[in-house]
Design a protein around this ligand. Structure first.
Ligand code: ADP
Ligand code: MG
Length: 615
């Protein structure tokens, strides 16, 4: 039988290798940005069109390439960064595999212009699908410009696999953030379809973060600093109260390279344990410096995973460093997460030390002497009971005044649902409710007991209200006395821009100002002014996850985000009137049985079930 094994032609091998390196436009962005950093650039420009599908260009002012190097750079395993395997253990560069440019050139149209500073003229090279089309001598600025056009032009399956422009842009922006955050000493500009998304001047680490994520992030950041023999840690963690519902702002850099490490992530989460709400994620920007020979970054082709020699020590150091920062900046644990801490203690009691119960010891008391009535235990009991009663009165008053959501916003609606069938109006008003563990509202119905999950029920009520308001466009706006000025990152702003129509329908009155600032002069009547920022943050984070295309699902995401933020929470105290209104409103809903997130809102326990317990 004839021999059947052949060596793959280079262009086929390159195309296969490309699959590993280039998954989407963002992969190209990452490789080109990293090459520019490795070339010692002090200023880098990223230009994309249609989220990188038609153009990705990176222009740097780095060291440039000689004509021979320019050509060689597109060969596989062509790298200037390592010469021997030994070099792998002293890596200070991002790249070293010499694969990126070869891979990119295999699946796109590439135009490179490059000049070394000392030379007068530079080199221009055109490559299409690994084939060199032309190489010329040109006048070009010092540094390198690489333009990648028509990505995946020769692999239609890959091209079709790309997501919407919005999604691809988000991936690119993520990569851009990672590189820009790791190199604040380099200035960056980023354009999509001709419009500027970022213009980042040389800055400190802190300023770079603020420039990317908006000026509001400044107050969130708590510095972290530690130097040991194993590792030097610097950077910031976000204050616990800013922990997000999504894992947005979490960045580890090791020797200025963005990395993912589930293990170190766990160390951070562990340090935050008990300080942030469950289901929220701490934000962090942590820069670790270690001896390059103590890590192996070679275990994954796209190089975001990393292996440390001494992970356990690193874990312990990181955890205690973060705990220390949290402690030093007086960030005390909040024990009851869902509750507004202002409701904890009535104002009159604030700053007052709780009086210790006084035990009047009756020296003559002898429990065995039944003939001698003892006053001591009784007066103790009585005293403390009275104290508790006072606390309760105070609590109720505070929760009334603090909880504007309570009365004013629950407009009573008639009970329509069958659950109250047969009950006359007068009877309905005598319905009694009580709150169980600040979580459930309990009431009786004909057949037994009714248990309402207060948070989910209120979500359902608000969700339907918001859907109505947005679709009928019945704007109920409250004018703000002083306009609110909120600044965002450019990505966040573009999300808000996309849903501005719906926001206006809801009752938001605002103008988009310079520097990604929103000036808000009116807010929906249902949203308290001090919650506006939180509501918008929640919205942005939900839209980042869902990216709904049609207007119906946009409205749905909007209504869900709002009800999630604004609904009364587990832990909130509801006065009896609010409990009643909650009950009435819930059963005035179209779908009272489930929350907008498909969880049961109430349950009943029938009399016979209760009877069974008493057998
Ligand atoms: P690697 O970065 O792993 O070495 P690449 O394929 O990304 O491999 O690049 C190949 C080589 O091309 C690099 O080693 C470097 O010498 C050269 N090169 C690539 N981009 C640039 C640039 N922007 N400026 C100067 N040299 C570059
Ligand atoms: Mg490279």
């Amino acid at each position: 039988m004839a021999d059947i094994i052949q060596l793959l032609p280079d262009h086929v091998a390159n195309q296969i290798a490309a699959g590993e390196v280039v998954q989407r436009p963002a992969s190209v962005v990452k490789e080109l940005l990293e090459n520019a950093i490795d070339a010692g650039a002090s200023s880098i420009k990223l230009i994309i069109k249609e989220s990188g599908k038609t153009l990705i260009q990176v222009v740097d002012d780095g060291i440039g390439m000689s004509p021979t190097d320019a050509r060689l750079s597109f060969e596989r395993h062509a790298t200037s960064k390592i010469k021997s395997a030994q070099d792998l253990f002293q890596l200070n560069t991002k790249g070293f595999r010499g694969e990126a440019l070869a891979s990119i050139a295999a699946i796109a149209h590439v135009e490179m212009q490059t000049r070394q500073g000392a030379e007068e003229l530079g080199t221009a090279i055109k490559i299409e699908g690994s084939k060199i089309i032309s190489q010329d001598v040109v006048a070009t600025p010092a540094g390198t410009s690489i333009a990648v056009k028509n990505l995946f032009f020769n692999i239609p399956a890959r091209r079709n696999f790309l997501k919407s422009n919005q999604v691809e842009l988000r991936h690119i922006t993520d990569q851009f953030h990672r590189v820009a955050l790791a190199h604040p000493q380099v200035s960056f500009q980023f354009y999509n379809n001709g419009s500027e998304l970022f213009n980042l001047a040389v800055a400190t680490y802190r300023k770079r973060i603020v420039n990317i994520f908006g000026s509001r992030s400044n107050e969130k950041l708590v510095p972290v600093e530690e130097e040991t023999q194993v590792v030097k840690i610097s950077g910031f963690i976000c204050k616990p109260e800013f922990a997000k519902k999504s894992r947005g702002e979490q960045f580890f850099f090791v020797n200025n390279r963005f990395i993912k490490s589930p293990y170190l992530y766990h160390a951070v989460v562990n340090a935050f344990e008990g300080i942030i709400k469950p289901d929220t994620y701490p934000g962090y920007f942590l820069y670790l410096e270690v001896d390059p020979s103590s890590i192996d970054i070679n275990i994954h082709p796209t190089k975001t995973e990393i292996k440390f020699d001494d992970e356990q020590t690193l874990y312990a150091i990181l955890r205690s460093t973060i705990k220390h920062s949290l402690g030093q900046f007086n960030i005390a644990p909040v024990l009851d997460f869902e509750k507004d801490p202002n409701l904890d203690t009535p104002y009159a009691y604030k700053n007052l030390n709780a009086p210790l119960p006084k035990v009047a010891v009756d020296a003559r008391f002898n429990p065995f002497n039944t003939g001698h009535p003892s006053a001591a235990p009784k007066s103790f009991t009585k005293k403390s009971v009275k104290g508790w009663e006072e606390m309760y009165v105070g609590l109720a008053a505070a929760s009334n005044s603090g909880e504007e959501m309570g009365e004013s916003d629950f407009e009573s609606e008639t009970i329509t649902s069958s659950i109250f069938e047969g009950m006359k109006e007068a009877e309905a008003s005598t319905v009694t409710t009580l709150q169980l563990r600040r979580k459930y509202v309990v009431s009786t119905i004909k057949s037994g007991l009714l248990l309402i999950h207060q948070n989910r029920a209120h979500q359902r009520i608000l969700y339907e209200k918001f859907l109505r308001t947005i679709t009928i466009k019945e704007t109920t706006s409250q004018q703000l006395l002083f306009p609110l000025s909120l600044s965002f990152s450019s990505t966040d702003m573009s999300i808000l821009h996309n849903i501005s129509e719906q926001l206006r329908c809801l009752g938001f009155v605002f103008e988009e100002k310079e520097n990604y600032t929103l000036e808000i002069s009116g807010v929906p009547a249902l949203i308290p002014e001090n919650e506006v920022g939180i509501v918008l943050d929640q919205l942005i984070s939900d839209y980042q996850h869902e990216v709904p295309e049609d207007s119906f699902s946009q409205t749905d995401v909007l209504a869900k985000a709002l009800c999630k933020t604004l609904a009364v929470k587990t832990g909130d105290i509801l006065d009896s009137n609010s409990q009643l209104v909650l009950l009435n409103d819930l059963f005035g809903c179209k779908e009272p049985g489930v929350s907008p997130f498909n969880k049961p809102t109430y349950n009943t326990i029938s009399e016979s079930e209760i009877d069974k317990k008493f057998i």
